[in-house]
Every structure is written in structure tokens, then in C-alpha cells.
Design a protein around this ligand. Structure first.
Ligand code: NCD
Length: 308
């Protein structure tokens, strides 16, 4: 694999290998301090980001590499009308690997078709977010000890949430997964996912609009933000934004070893009184995000060196 555009670019074996490498990095980070010395990562973020961009940059720096990029797309030549293809032809002269986030679905794929150096999709519109999924899988593996035989609740904006879409693609391939899809009628999972991976892999699926009634059955609860930037009108967003607010009292109905995940940022969907509950893993999850991104950077650079 040269680029990572969607999670299905990785086989289960490749995901296992990344998780093992990330485990090793966690155990002995000093051994990897020079792993990407003299290599440069460019971060091209055409949409806002805190965790994804900074975790990529901090991962690269901790591996002894360099980073460059722009934090504000308005300061790039994209505002002058430059195409993604030309931007990539430019940046590949200055960097060995590129992480790109773009509001247009397919932009990182288009970039990968022109690029000499590896492209990592750091989120494209409402489509894919494979490195968040690696983060989610690594978190579940570390905290639950397995990626099989789990009841996984996906709650919130299942229509526009790209992290949910990539996670569905990934987890459908593991044995014994049951998805509980918890969303308002207007924000249900797109048909291309229910008719695609969920049907193809014969995944058990239940759908509901009630979080409370289903909380007790879940091993993993994946909360998400209603994706304001993907709505066509503000009134719909305002009506739907507080559809689910998880609070501490509700957790009385949950399993004692429930894993509560959230890709973050949260807006209102998890009350602050949940943060101290040992089942709240979303802050640890973003730490794991940096570690698995280190594993990914090392592995893509190794493959690239072999292919050159
Ligand atoms: C997510 C994203 O950008 O899709 N954030 C992230 O990368 N951790 C989730 C979101 O913005 O709601």
C-alpha cells in the first residue's frame, strides 16, 4: 500500500501489523526517536482540525522527522484557484509524505493519482477518515482486548459523520460484530453503507432512535457530533443538534466495562459529568491517535522506500 485513502485500502492483517507496531511504540518509544530522521511530513488541511493535524505533526516530530504545512487554507494558493493536482505537484517537491484534509469528497484520492509521495487522507468531506478509524480500532483493541464479538453503538449524526462511515467499513470485517445504529430519522446511515459492507459481510444491525433504551446492551458506545458544516440549512441543524446528550445518570443503565468513544470535538453530546467516569475513553483515544499515526507514518515510509 502506497497511499491511505480509505480504511479498506488496508487488509485486516495490515491493520493488525499497524496495531502491533503501535503497541511496540507505546512500550519503547525511545527506540523510534530517529525512525524518520531527515523525512518531512506536509500537512495540507483545507478544513479545520485540532487533533488530527497536531497529532500527525507531533507524531512526525517524535519520530525525528520534520513538518511543514499551512494551518489556514486561506493563506494557500487554493484561494487563487489552484487545483489540488497542482498543489500536490508543488508539495511533493518539498515533502516525503503528505496528510491532506479536504471538504470535497474524493480530493485526497485525486491527489494520490498525481503524487509521487504517499498521501494520507485526513478526512474528505462526509466520506472517509481512515486514520480516525485506526485510532478507534487501536483504542478498542487496547481497552477491550479484542476487535471481535462486540456490540457497538453508533450514536448521533450517522448520515454525515465520516468517522462513522470509515468505522463501519472497518468493523464490518471482524467476526461477531453487532452494530446498533442510534440516530434521528433524518440522520440515519447512508444506504451505500447499509447496502454495501453491512449487507456484504452479513453484519447484525439494529436501528433505533433511543439511546437510553439500548445503552445496557452495548460494549462500545461511539458518540458523534451533529456535523453542522454539512447541513444545507441552519434551522435543521438547530433542531437536530441536541438529539442525544449522554450524561452520568444515564450510565447507570450501562455495562460496567462499556467503552465510551468520541472522535472529538464534542459540542454538547457528552455532558462534562461523564468525563471522570472510568468508562469515558475519549481523551485517552486522542493519545492513542498519535501513537497509531506514528505507526502509520513509519509503515508508509518503509513501503515507499521499497517501491522507489
Ligand atoms: C472528526 C472529523 O474531522 O471528522 N474529528 C476528528 O478528526 N477527530 C469528527 C468531527 O469533526 O466531528
Amino acid at each position: 500500500m502506497k497511499h491511505l485513502i480509505q480504511i479498506s485500502d488496508l487488509s485486516e492483517q495490515e491493520i493488525d501489523e499497524l496495531i502491533s507496531l503501535a503497541d511496540d511504540i507505546l512500550q519503547d518509544s525511545a527506540r523510534y526517536r530517529e525512525a524518520l530522521r531527515h523525512k518531512t511530513l506536509a500537512t495540507l488541511f483545507f478544513e479545520p482540525s485540532t487533533r488530527t493535524r497536531l497529532s500527525f505533526e507531533s507524531a512526525m516530530l517524535e519520530l525525528g522527522g520534520n513538518v511543514l504545512g499551512f494551518a489556514d487554507p486561506n493563506s494557500s494558493s487554493a484561494t487563487k484557484g489552484e487545483s489540488v493536482a497542482d498543489t500536490i505537484r508543488t508539495v511533493e517537491c518539498y515533502a516525503d509524505i503528505i496528510a491532506m484534509r479536504h471538504p470535497k469528497e474524493g480530493a485526497p484520492l485525486a491527489a494520490s493519482m498525481k503524487s509521487r509521495v504517499p498521501i494520507i487522507n485526513a478526512g474528505d468531506g462526509g466520506h472517509h477518515h481512515p486514520t480516525q478509524t485506526l485510532t478507534d480500532l487501536f483504542t478498542i483493541k487496547r481497552e477491550k482486548g479484542r476487535l471481535t464479538n462486540l456490540v457497538v453503538g453508533l450514536c448521533g449524526d450517522l448520515k454525515f459523520g465520516r468517522t462513522v462511515h470509515s468505522l463501519v467499513h472497518a468493523m464490518s470485517r471482524y467476526d461477531g460484530i453487532t452494530f446498533v445504529l442510534i440516530s434521528p430519522e433524518e440522520l440515519t446511515l447512508p444506504d451505500y453503507l447499509t447496502e454495501g459492507p453491512l449487507k456484504r459481510d452479513n453484519v447484525r444491525v439494529a436501528a433505533t432512535n433511543s439511546l437510553v433504551s439500548t445503552l445496557g446492551e452495548l460494549d462500545v458506545l461511539y458518540m458523534t457530533r451533529v456535523q453542522r458544516e454539512r447541513f444545507f440549512n441552519e434551522a435543521d441543524y438547530v433542531r437536530l443538534k441536541d438529539s442525544y446528550i449522554l450524561n452520568r445518570a444515564m450510565l447507570e443503565h450501562a455495562k460496567p466495562d462499556l467503552a465510551i468513544l468520541h472522535p472529538l470535538p464534542r459540542v454538547n453530546e457528552i455532558a462534562a459529568d461523564v468525563d471522570d467516569d472510568p468508562r469515558a475513553l475519549y481523551f485517552r483515544q486522542m493519545f492513542y491517535g498519535k501513537i497509531i499515526r506514528k505507526a502509520l507514518l513509519i509503515s508508509l515510509m518503509r513501503n515507499y522506500e521499497c517501491l522507489k
